[in-house]
Design a protein around this ligand. Sequence first.
Ligand SMILES: C[S@@+](CC[C@H](N)C(=O)[O-])C[C@H]1O[C@@H](n2cnc3c(N)ncnc32)[C@H](O)[C@@H]1O
Length: 270
Amino acid sequence: MTQPDVYLLGRAEAEEIRLKRQIANLAPDSDAQFDKIGIKLGERVVDLGCGPGGVLHLLGKRVGPQGSVLGLERSGHFVEQARRFVNDHGLAHVEIREGDAYDTGLPRRSFDGAHMRLVLVNVPEPERIVREMVALVRPGGWIASFEADYFAHICDPPLPAWTHLLDAYTAYTRTQGIDIFVGRRIHRLFREAGVEDIRVDAIMHVYPPGHDRRPILRDFITNVRDRLIGGGFITLSELERDMADLERHLADPDVMVTSHMFFRLIARVP
Ligand SMILES: C[S@@+](CC[C@H](N)C(=O)[O-])C[C@H]1O[C@@H](n2cnc3c(N)ncnc32)[C@H](O)[C@@H]1O
């Protein structure tokens, strides 16, 4: 089946800025996951859907210059950004290649480990990417997956506009075959792909006023605004009214906003 060449969240400048901030925002959570794997100096690892940088610096540091990291990314624009990112970090042993995680064309069983963060929550047919990812790793090698599940993303006090916007977003992603609650399923997807010694944990955060990620729902809606209206998931006037309500709510220091639930999985390839 051919994949629509559309990244759910678009490639506008705002999404690029969001992804660059995400590099620092999520680094401690990814580093904690890497601690549990025991990645060794000299390993050869691959990161699928690395975006403009993702965890390439964290992996590059762990495998050292005697090892190597390959970042695979479908968007040519993010490939350029990622190349700049590794260059800025002086990581000559990190290579970025343009490619599709559904069908990487990379040699089977050729990596010591494979990582993927926040790709499955944006794509249809996540099971195909999972199978491809597992096939790239040698027997005894490791797998690390970090995925979101939107169920934990709430505000309190509740806001009708929040629910309305999230419902429109969920309905839109469903029509694209995308499961924004995929995080809870990753243990199953990887088990079905044949990995062993699966360990999963889950983390969530509270985003206080001023936190980069507090307005993430607003940012996601903005990214797909035209598609929500064009597809009839919400009208322009409803969207404008809800976004104004949301903006006011986010600015209120007495409102609590939580992150998505992030499921982190590590496993071994038999
Ligand atoms: C939310 S971003 C995550 C980026 C990075 N992994 C991180 O955690 O910061 C998702 C990335 O996956 C990429 N992507 C989506 N589908 C892909 C595919 N089929 N093959 C390769 N990359 C893909 C997007 O272009 C985007 O850069």
